[in-house]
Design a protein around this ligand. Structure first.
Ligand code: ZN
Length: 134
């Protein structure tokens, strides 16, 4: 598979408004926009840095995956996403290699991306996402 670069780092936060201040006021970066991803029960704030982004993930529901993550492990880095050239091919290759996946097929992520998660047991505890976007 062809991995192009780190697409984004997903950070679980209790609130985008409060957490965003470090990135804007201290680091001088900009929150480009905030998007609701209904099936993940999150609001996502995009903070671009060159060809990557920091994504602040704020749960919209107490039973959402980000809320569960925070109650188990606290706020912090939740996943790392690698941009791939062709996600269908990448998933096929991962399956051939016997890599355990959370998503067997790509699903819709924030910003119009097609995404899939690899099981953290395969990656020494890091939740890895692969994503493809135009
Ligand atoms: Zn992501």
């Amino acid at each position: 598979m062809k991995v192009k670069h780190i697409d984004h780092i997903g950070i679980a936060v209790k609130g985008i408004e409060q957490a965003g201040k470090f990135y804007t006021d201290i680091l001088g970066l900009k929150i480009e926009n905030v998007e609701n991803v209904a099936d993940q029960k999150v609001n996502v704030a995009f903070i671009p840095i060159t060809d990557s982004e920091v994504e602040l993930l704020e749960s919209t529901e107490p039973d959402g995956p980000v809320a569960k993550y925070i109650s188990a492990r606290g706020e912090g880095v939740q996943h790392i996403a690698f941009r791939v050239e062709d996600i269908d091919k990448a998933l096929e290759e991962l399956k051939e290699k016997g890599v355990r996946l959370i998503d067997q097929a790509p699903r819709k992520g924030a910003g119009g991306a097609r995404i899939a998660f690899i099981h953290p047991k395969e990656t020494n505890g890091v939740l890895v996402e692969i994503c493809e976007r135009d």
